[in-house]
Design a protein around this ligand. Structure first.
Ligand code: PGA
Length: 241
């Protein structure tokens, strides 16, 4: 049976009070899926309190590659782990495009998280221009190869495929396009003996399209932005079987 994973990326939305309200209203689905929330760093503590004793796992949306030091404004994965976080989101396209994160930096963050035994949700994805010029596979392969260079153990790894043109735009990839691209990522993982690594889809996932996407062979779950901010709509997405 497919491992099913539902992850919420809250980006820079919600304060601790709103975080508390969300978890009061969010009904954790009764299935055996895995659930992750990536709230803004300042809401992590509240999210951990609200989800204590449940199977919900909390993580940071971004980490410093350094554990500590003179790095003003950064967040430490080590501190996140001490607080009770179990996962880290790395390489989101907003980090790549707006904060100019390179594949090399993403690689360092992946290694930092792995050293701390944190689960890594590595985001990859092509821009519209890259897709239209036929470069999707080359871009994805390069993102995977550089980010995961030297990584020997994939047990704590998840891949989130998020076509940049589908993020926050309302333009979801068609189930076929998403599945074909997931199959390409699967083949790459398989060539390393990592065929059990789950591949999540992200980009305008909503309750209206999540079931059809989940029906696709190579889609193991979702990384959800906008629709994860509402407890009812995210709970409906988490019902995709
Ligand atoms: P979206 O965002 O669901 O709002 O498109 C997904 C993401 O950025 O992870």
């Amino acid at each position: 049976m497919k491992r099913k994973i539902f992850a919420a990326n809250w980006k820079l939305y919600k304060n601790p009070q709103e975080t508390k309200k969300f978890f009061t209203e969010f009904l954790i689905p009764g299935t055996d899926s895995e659930l992750y929330f990536f709230p803004p760093a300042l809401c992590v503590e509240q999210a951990l309190i609200c989800t204590q004793g449940t199977r919900v796992q909390i993580g940071l949306q971004n980490i410093s590659e350094y554990l500590e030091g003179a790095f003003t404004g950064e967040n430490s994965a080590q501190t996140a782990k001490t607080m009770g976080c179990s996962a880290i989101l790395v390489g989101h396209s907003e980090r790549r495009t707006m904060f100019l994160e390179t594949n090399e930096q993403i690689h360092k963050k992946v290694i930092t998280a792995i050293v701390l035994n944190l689960k890594v949700m590595l985001c990859i994805g092509e821009t519209l221009q890259e897709r239209e010029s036929g470069k999707t596979e080359v871009v994805l392969q390069q993102q995977l190869e550089i980010a995961l260079k030297g990584v020997a153990d994939c047990s704590d790894l998840m891949i989130a495929y998020e076509p940049v043109w589908a993020i926050g735009t309302g333009k979801t990839a068609t189930p076929k396009l998403a599945n074909d691209t997931h199959q390409f990522i699967f083949s790459w993982l398989q060539s390393k003996g990592w065929e059990k690594t789950p591949i999540l889809y992200g980009g305008s996932v909503k309750p209206e399209n999540s079931q059809e996407l989940m029906n696709q062979e190579f889609i193991s779950g979702f990384l959800v932005g906008g629709a994860s901010l509402n407890p009812e709509s995210f709970a409906r997405i988490c019902q995709s079987l």
